[in-house]
Design a protein around this ligand. Structure first.
Ligand code: SF4
Length: 262
């Protein structure tokens, strides 16, 4: 097993050493979260590069809640290998990387459950103020691509499944937040996610997906032309998305005109 990890860290170094600002906006590696954002609105990503990220209350409270629900502590590579190698399921995340088609893709999933060096579950947490029931294309593809990268890195993904957990952010008590990650992990391992939805009625939906690498590759492929400079960014055809978008007052493609301040 030591050989596996040594080889993995060596491959990781070589992958990152190969970066050469070859993609759109001079990027060397394409983040999984950016590919996911392309499924929402590609022009939003373009605006982020051109105008910088605009902080919003939703983003700030979402980040704070992420940290509260899934607190992490940094460990060494050796500690990581020891932890995830145990038979007893363990919870640990690492940076993922790998080539897909003509892109070099990188990202960090929210949560991974391991046993004997194998990923069992890859989990993305998505907070919402609205109804957690729908699963959006960007959310599905994000978790699928993390699954693909784990496989590309050489992990045995034969038992791996994927989950997107959507939770209504404002409605969890402090006690529920503290126990949240252990409860969700336990329910996934024991196949009792319906129980979670009963326990948090209307506030949580666990979307389960099979790991299907071909779907992840297809998702990346469909967005690669933007990064390779082969086409211009597409923009949203939904006025609702533009209404909710923090760039709507400056975006040349916006379908919604906010009222000027009085
Ligand atoms: S305003 Fe509309 S078109 Fe422009 S970035 Fe936002 S969602 Fe996309």
């Amino acid at each position: 097993m030591l050989r596996f990890w040594d080889q993995l860290w060596k491959n990781e170094r070589e992958f990152f050493d190969s970066g050469k600002a070859e993609f759109r906006h001079g990027t060397s590696f394409v983040p999984v979260s950016s590919i996911a954002e392309q499924f929402y609105c590609e022009y939003k990503l373009e605006n982020e590069f051109a105008l910088g990220e605009i902080p919003t209350e939703a983003k700030d409270s979402g980040t704070a809640l992420h940290d509260e629900l899934m607190p992490t502590e940094k460990i060494t590579k050796e500690e990581f290998a020891d932890l995830v190698g145990k038979k007893e399921p363990s919870l640990a995340v690492l940076g993922l990387w790998g080539p897909s088609g003509r892109l070099k893709v990188v990202g960090v999933p929210d949560h991974v459950i391991w046993s004997e060096g194998r990923p069992l579950w890859v989990v993305e947490l998505k907070t919402t103020k609205g109804d957690p029931t729908p699963l959006w294309e960007d959310q599905e593809n994000q978790v699928r691509i993390y699954g693909l990268l784990l496989e590309r890195m050489g992990f045995d993904c034969s038992m791996m499944q994927l989950a997107v957990v959507r939770v209504k952010s404002a409605e969890l008590s402090d006690d529920e937040k503290k126990e949240w990650i252990l409860k969700v992990s336990g329910a996934l391992i024991e196949g009792k996610t319906k129980w979670l939805e009963v326990r948090y009625p209307g506030r949580m939906k666990v979307h389960l997906l099979q790991h299907e690498p071909a779907k992840a590759e297809k998702a990346i492929d469909s967005k690669a032309g933007y990064w390779l400079g082969e086409r211009e960014p597409t923009s949203s055809s939904s006025i609702g998305k533009c209404r909710a978008c923090e760039y709507n007052s400056s975006c040349p493609k916006s379908l919604f005109s906010p009222s000027p301040p009085v």
